[in-house]
Write a protein that binds this ligand. Structure first.
Ligand SMILES: [Zn+2]
Ligand SMILES: [Zn+2]
Length: 62
């Protein structure tokens, strides 16, 4: 039931997006994930901005 986020550039969901993935804020590549605004952010910037990737609540890969 999770809401799917779509890439602001190609309008595809994260696993289908073939854009170069780097952080919108710092251009870093550490654990970069798509968030609700359609941009990618690294772990540090997501935590700083309190952005969550779409599977943050389901913990699929635990
Ligand atoms: Zn994309
Ligand atoms: Zn960043």
């Amino acid at each position: 039931m999770a809401e799917r986020f779509h890439c602001a550039v190609c309008d595809k969901v994260e696993e289908r997006c073939i854009c170069d993935k780097y952080c919108y804020i710092c251009q870093g590549e550490h654990d970069v994930r798509l968030v609700s605004d359609g941009c990618y952010y690294c772990l540090e910037c997501r935590e700083a901005c309190e952005y969550l990737p779409e599977d943050a609540n389901s913990r699929r890969y635990d």
